[in-house]
Design a protein around this ligand. Structure first.
Ligand SMILES: C[S@@+](CC[C@H](N)C(=O)[O-])C[C@H]1O[C@@H](n2cnc3c(N)ncnc32)[C@H](O)[C@@H]1O
Length: 431
């Protein structure tokens, strides 16, 4: 729908009611036929919204709540002085109570599941164990560097660097590195990493030397036969993938593997395996008579997973994109290419699996991969998802392939931001 008049322009300020919360962390409001995505607002509030950007076709605009006219009961004073209109782009929800943030995120998960998967789900966003106030958790922070060599964090949807001297969501180990006190002339960015075991490190980008860090996982989960305990250290490149909340890896591992109740002798798949977090626990669960096939695209992660998991003797790590390894069309279409690229199915992939764990990036696994997973007829699938929209699309694909959503949990692994992590379980649909 096009707005009736010329519509709102950048700099305009309008008095609006915020009626909903959108995936991406914005309040939603309407003004004369236009939709406003309002940052720093809470549903139920009346705010003065100043337009910061006009969207394509002027059908929507982005805006900041610059004055709160009627506040929500969930509104709080942001703990960080750098959060707010025109300031740091890192956090979206510092102005909302932690309980309110979790209700908003649960609403997003419900809404995406209803819209994209046609499912009514009942879900709560649970805190990650050990997280008291949603602050001091982020173990990996990428600082941007300005032309004068000063490190800070980026302004929302901008390359501009805000001189944030103390990020309230950064882990204490990141703070101790005092990245913003030093000059980084010649660098584009600086990564600060405070792993769960060992000393924090700074990595300049670009830079030749990327150190390793050690991440510790200690997880416990219940299965019908008793309690499973898993404890292990993983060596990860300081620029490689690892969950950024210190409690997240252990929490997701327990949430994903508990309901799978993996048995000795079973065959398990760990897709998008990184350095092998799930594969390591699956390897212990299936034992010497079982087998784990792990798939990962990042070369460095593959080498680490191979080296660390080889002694178990029951893990095969396959290097490559999951869609290529399955021999299905790639999820994205390349410009100028009429048909999506397709590789031959890897001979290392077995024809069937008992259980499958998927932990894809934000784009999700995609229909072709979901279909290929379902074709292996696993008795259960655990899906760890950092984007509820991608999870909902893949849930619809699982349903079309004969698998129903059996359970869904959501975790507040990124407090103060709009991000939420889900762990879903699928089983064959008896109907
Ligand atoms: C969310 S991370 C999960 C990693 C691991 N499961 C963990 O918990 O540490 C997603 C992983 O998928 C890998 N990846 C991204 N796209 C991929 C693809 N198309 N095929 C295989 N791996 C991919 C990334 O390199 C990353 O290691």
């Amino acid at each position: 729908m096009t707005p009736p008049g010329p519509g709102l322009a950048v700099g305009d300020a309008v008095d609006v009611e915020v009626t909903a919360f959108a995936h991406g962390g914005h309040g939603v409001a309407r003004h004369e036929g236009q939709v406003l995505f309002v940052r720093h607002a809470v549903p139920g509030e009346r705010v003065l919204a100043r337009v910061t950007e006009v969207g394509s076709g002027a059908r929507f605009v982005r805006a900041d709540a610059v004055e709160v006219l009627v506040p929500s009961a969930d509104r709080v004073e942001p703990p960080c002085p750098w959060a707010g209109p025109g300031a740091c782009g890192g956090c979206d929800l510092q102005h909302v109570s932690l309980a309110g943030q979790r209700r908003l995120k649960a609403g997003v998960v419900r809404e995406q599941m209803a819209r994209l998967a046609g499912l009514e789900v009942d879900v709560e966003v649970e805190p990650v164990p050990g997280d008291a106030d949603g602050l001091d958790w982020r173990t990996r922070v990428e600082f941007a560097v300005d032309a004068d060599g000063r490190a800070g964090l980026r302004r929302f949807r901008s390359h501009e660097v805000v001189p944030v001297d103390h990020c309230r969501i950064a882990a204490p180990g990141v703070d101790r590195l005092r990245v913003t006190d030093r000059s980084w002339a010649g660098s584009d960015a600086v990564d600060a990493v405070a792993p769960t075991a060992g000393e924090p490190v700074v990595v300049e980008v670009p830079g030749a030397d990327v150190p390793d860090v050690v991440e510790r996982v200690e997880a416990t989960w219940e299965v019908p036969d008793g309690t499973v305990r898993f404890a292990r250290d993983f060596t990860v490149s300081a620029r490689g993938f690892w969950q950024v909340h210190p409690g997240a890896a252990s929490t997701f591992l327990a949430a994903a593997l508990g309901p799978l109740d993996v048995r000795p002798g079973e065959r398990a798949l760990d897709l998008y395996c990184g350095v092998g977090l799930f594969a390591a626990a699956l390897s212990e669960a299936v034992g010497p008579r079982g087998q784990v096939v792990a798939v990962e695209a990042d070369r460095d992660a593959v080498e680490r997973a191979e080296r660390d998991l080889a002694p178990a003797g029951n893990v095969v790590v396959v290097a490559g994109r999951v869609d290529d390894v399955f021999g299905v069309p790639r999820a994205e279409r390349r410009r100028g290419r009429s048909r999506p690229r397709r590789a031959a199915r890897s001979p290392l992939l077995p024809p069937a699996a008992d259980v499958v764990v998927l932990d894809p990036p934000r784009t999700g696994a995609g229909t072709a991969v979901v279909r290929a997973v379902a074709a292996m007829r696993p008795r259960a699938v655990a899906y760890v998802a950092c984007d509820p929209a991608a999870l909902a699309r893949d849930t619809a694909a699982f349903a079309a392939a004969g698998y129903r959503l059996d359970a869904l949990r959501a975790f507040d692994a990124f407090p103060m931001t709009h991000h939420v992590e889900c762990v879903a379980h699928f089983v064959p649909d008896a109907g």
